[in-house]
Design a protein around this ligand. Sequence first.
Ligand code: NAD
Ligand code: ZN
Length: 231
Amino acid sequence: MQRIVILTGAGISAESGVPTFRGPDGLWEGHRVEDVATPEAFRRDPVLVQRFYDLRREALGRVKPNAAHKALARLDAEWPGELLLVTQNVDDLHERAGSTRMLHMHGQLKSALCPACDGRFRWEAPLSGETRCPACSAPDTLRPDIVWFGEMPYHMDEIDRALLCADLFISIGTSGNVYPAAGFVDLARHAGARCLELNLDPSMTSGRFHESRLGKAGDLVPELVETLLAG
Ligand code: NAD
Ligand code: ZN
């Protein structure tokens, strides 16, 4: 039975109404990426960065998983072989659709991190204003549990292991701008996996896949899952 690794990016959540990272204006919800997604930005202007992620977290209450999230959850439930879904997304739409064999490599909006004790906590409320770490009680240390540029993504050992023994690698809705995720195709391909990309536009890494299908994730992913499950 084939071992499948799937990588998803902001594009899979676009049809749910979650804006992608770099829209046509090069901004993320009106902000330059350097101003909200780096440790330096957080040191410089913690209030702005906390508010930015508070708004993103709050917005999750107004969006729902789409056909692509649901199809991947169905694949997870019905695929008898090994499967790992790795998402770069910090939203919770994959798990709300029902995926369980999955990892958030860039952290999650609904999680808080305490740099004082390295504790990570499920967190639904705003992080701006006064907070106290539930583990070490430090005041006002909590930050979004998001992997910012320059920080080490989570679960890399487990992801590398899965890529190295994958038979099929599928990348969905990602621009191929952000490493190490953009290099997964090379690792998987070198290890012998068939590599398939589904994206709205050609990505930075399209040429490194065996096949690229262009279109909306909401159309392409259910179609692919149907084919995979039909054998
Ligand atoms: P990106 O915004 O750089 O690229 C998104 C890609 O999706 C583009 O290539 C675009 O053509 C494609 N796309 C847009 N709509 C699509 C659709 N309907 N169907 C299929 N493809 C579509 O996103 P990225 O590569 O994931 O960038 C990485 C960073 O952005 C990650 O670190 C992630 O944490 C962060 N981010 C996450 C979210 C989220 O959690 N939903 C949202 C914005 C940014
Ligand atoms: Zn703490």
